[in-house]
Design a protein around this ligand. Structure first.
Ligand code: TYM
Length: 333
C-alpha cells in the first residue's frame, strides 16, 4: 500500500530555533519512518523580506545542515530547496488565478507582516499562502506538520486545493490536513520575553545552534513577575510561558516539582530558570555539535540537495502535467 504523503518547509532566515524544532522538525523526524516525506527549504518565500544574496545562500546552507543534524535522513525523506523545483512556481502562477484579493487581504499573517514592514508590503506577501499551497499540493500531500502559527495558511491551502478540484471537476488534490506526531494539537512555543510566540524576528528565540553559555544568559534574563503571593494563584503570561517551555524540554517530575513550589508560594524563579536552561542545553548541545560537523562537509550538503531536488522534481512534474491537462493547455504544435 502507498504511504500517505507529507510536505513541510521552513524559511531560511537565520538559525532554527526551539519553536521551529518543537513545532515542526521534531515531527518531521518521527514521520519520515512511515510516510512519504518531502521537507524543503522555503527560499522563495524568504524573498518577501529582501535578503541579500549572501544572506540567502548562507541561510539555505544552514537550514540544510540543521535538518540533517536534527536527524532527518535523506535516504528516508526527500530534502530539497524550493527554488530547485521550478514546477512549484509554475503551479503558483496557475493557482493565483483562482485566489481572490479579499480572502488574501484578510489573512492575519498578511496583516501582521504589513504592519511589521510597512515600507515593503509587496505582492509576494499577499500571495504568500498561494505559494505555500503550491508547495503542499504539488506533491499531493495528505499531511502537513506545522506549528500553530501556520494554521491559517494551511486552511488557505485546503481551500485552494478544494477550489481547484471543484473548478475542474476532478479529485486531483487530496485536502491536506495539519499533523502532529503525538496526535495532540499544533503547538505554539512561547518566547522568553513574556508575550507571544518564539520567532526569528521577535528577538526572543533560542536557536539550536546557540552555545550553552548564551542559552544560560538568555534564559536567566527571561521575563518573570514578582512571584505568587497566595497559594494556587493564576500565573502571569511570562511565568506561564516558562512553564510551557519547561513542559516541552523537561521531565514531567521536574515540571511537577516547580508547579508544587509555585502553588505553595515557595518558588524561586532563579532556580526554575537554571533548571530550564540545563534542560534546553541537553536537547540542543548534541544537535549543535552535529551542525558544526555537517557544515564542514560541502560535498555532502551539495549531494543531499541535488538528490533531493531530483526526487522532488519528478513528483512535482507529474502533478503539473496533470494540472495542465485539466486546465486545458494542449500542445498544438
Ligand atoms: P517558518 O519558517 O516561519 O517556520 C517553520 C516551522 O516552524 C514552526 N514554528 C513554530 N512552531 C511552534 N511555535 C513557534 N513559536 C514556532 N515558530 C515557528 C512553523 O509553524 C513552521 O512549521 N510559511 C512557512 C514555511 C512554508 C511551509 C510551506 C510550511 C512555506 N511553504 C508548506 C509548510 C508547508 C513559514 O514561514 O514557516
Amino acid at each position: 500500500m502507498n504511504k500517505p504523503t507529507v510536505v513541510s518547509g521552513i524559511r531560511p532566515t537565520g538559525y532554527l530555533h526551539l519553536g521551529n524544532y518543537f513545532g515542526a522538525v521534531r515531527n518531521f523526524i518521527k514521520m519520515q519512518e512511515d510516510f512519504n516525506c518531502f521537507f524543503f527549504i522555503a527560499d522563495i518565500h524568504s524573498l518577501t523580506t529582501h535578503p541579500t544574496p549572501e544572506n540567502l545562500q548562507a541561510g539555505v546552507k544552514q537550514v540544510l545542515a540543521e535538518y540533517l543534524a536534527c536527524g532527518i535522513d535523506p535516504e528516508k525523506a526527500t530534502i530539497f530547496i524550493q527554488s530547485d523545483v521550478p514546477e512549484v512556481s509554475e503551479l503558483y502562477a496557475f493557482l493565483n488565478m483562482n485566489a481572490y484579493l479579499g480572502e488574501l487581504e484578510r489573512t492575519t499573517s498578511f496583516k501582521e507582516k504589513a504592519r511589521k514592514q510597512p515600507e515593503n508590503v509587496n505582492a509576494g506577501l499577499l500571495t504568500y499562502p498561494v505559494l505555500m499551497a503550491a508547495d503542499i499540493i504539488i506533491h499531493k500531500a495528505h499531511f502537513v506538520p506545522v506549528g500553530k502559527d501556520q494554521e491559517q495558511n494551511l486552511e488557505m491551502a485546503r481551500k485552494f486545493a478544494g477550489r481547484f478540484n471543484r473548478m475542474y471537476n476532478c479529485e486531483l488534490f487530496p485536502i491536506p490536513r495539519p499533523f502532529t506526531f503525538d496526535g495532540k494539537d499544533m503547538i505554539k512555543v512561547p518566547g522568553l520575553d513574556g508575550s507571544g510566540k518564539m520567532g526569528k524576528s521577535e528577538g526572543n528565540a533560542i536557536n539550536l545552534y546557540e552555545d550553552p553559555k548564551s542559552i544560560r544568559k538568555k534564559v536567566m534574563r527571561a521575563v518573570t513577575d514578582t512571584g505568587p503571593t497566595e497559594p494556587d494563584s493564576p500565573k502571569s503570561e511570562a511565568v506561564e510561558n516558562l512553564f510551557t517551555l519547561m513542559k516541552i524540554v523537561s521531565k514531567p517530575d521536574v515540571v511537577e516539582h516547580f508547579e508544587r513550589l509555585y502553588n505553595s508560594c515557595e518558588i524561586r524563579y532563579g532556580d526554575l530558570k537554571k533548571q530550564l536552561a540545563e534542560d534546553i542545553i541537553s536537547y540542543t548541545e548534541p544537535i549543535r555539535d552535529r551542525i558544526i560537523e555537517i557544515l564542514k562537509d560541502e560535498t555532502y550538503l551539495a549531494k543531499v540537495a541535488r538528490q533531493g531536488s531530483e526526487r522532488a522534481r519528478e513528483s512535482a512534474l507529474q502533478t503539473l502535467n496533470e494540472v495542465k491537462q485539466l486546465i486545458g493547455f494542449k500542445s498544438l504544435f
